[in-house]
Design a protein around this ligand. Structure first.
Ligand code: SF4
Ligand code: SF4
Length: 260
């Protein structure tokens, strides 16, 4: 299903954290694993870390084997999507008859499903809060089950609260880039830096530790030690660095070629 097909199926109902719904997904539902085929899954930076570690690959190998590169139309920023199998149903590479074989490390959008998350933070005057909606796909029978949730409970149960917190700077960049004046365009080099810091954590580690990076961007010793030993901290550091070097509108060079 294309992104526009998926958008067409979205119910125009804005949900907040306290909105209630009934839903359950389990092996007994007649639609079990149908939502794992013909889908478009954008992978977040933390999704990639979880998946490449689960599959015992480095981030470069994971990107080459399991992902496709796309440019987000509204932001002109690179995103990576999960490459589906070339079978008759365009299945996710991780789905089997018995379910998802990497379930505990599944991507954020699989955790959210059947819900999606949106933001109006790029619109002037709109509040900064995220909102949620149901992806209303007719094959999904989970809504006929009786288990009750609030959106907040669902997010905690599925672990998306943790994913969202780690990905927060990346999400913010994607959302806020939409509000950049249209004449400001990122250079190819800037986009490559965004790609590396966001998706290719092993290359970013080499970029930081095997170069003169800290001479140009000094950081306290405790920060250096923390990011050396903790991949998630390195990711958060990289996203904050990208934000401050490439996207800070108060810097004259935002969107210009930068001597990185
Ligand atoms: S990663 Fe798992 S849950 Fe997500 S689409 Fe693939 S099989 Fe389904
Ligand atoms: S379609 Fe809905 S109920 Fe069926 S397996 Fe997917 S999430 Fe579960």
């Amino acid at each position: 299903m294309s992104i526009s097909d998926a958008m067409a199926k979205i119910q125009p109902v804005r949900l907040g954290p306290d909105s209630r719904f009934t839903f359950e997904c389990h092996k007994g539902v007649s639609c079990f694993t149908q939502c794992c085929r013909g889908i478009n899954i954008i992978l977040t930076p933390y999704d990639i870390i979880r998946l490449k570690n689960r599959l015992e690959l480095d981030s470069e190998q994971f990107l080459a084997i399991y992902t496709k590169l796309e440019l987000l139309e509204k932001t002109d920023l690179p995103v990576v999507t999960l490459k589906l199998l070339d079978d008759e149903r365009n299945s996710c590479p991780f789905v089997r008859d018995e379910g998802c074989i990497i379930y505990s490390d599944r991507p954020s959008s699989c955790r959210y499903y059947p819900m999606g998350v949106g933001s109006l933070a790029h619109k002037e005057g709109a509040d900064d809060k995220d909102f949620y909606f149901f992806v209303n796909e007719p094959h999904c029978k989970g809504f006929e089950e009786k288990k009750e949730w609030t959106v907040l409970d669902w997010r905690v149960d599925q672990g998306v609260d943790v994913h969202d917190e780690i990905n927060a700077e990346w999400t913010d960049l994607l959302v806020r880039k939409r509000s950049f004046p249209s004449h400001i365009r990122l250079t190819e080099k800037s986009k490559r830096m965004f790609f590396m810091a966001s998706y290719n954590i092993d290359q970013f580690r080499r970029f930081v530790f095997d170069s003169s990076f800290f001479k140009r961007y000094p950081a306290p010793d405790e920060v250096v030690e923390k990011i050396r030993n903790d991949e998630v901290e390195l990711l958060k550091f990289g996203l904050a660095w990208i934000k401050s070097t490439l996207f800070d509108p108060s810097r004259a060079g935002a969107g210009d070629p930068r001597n990185l």
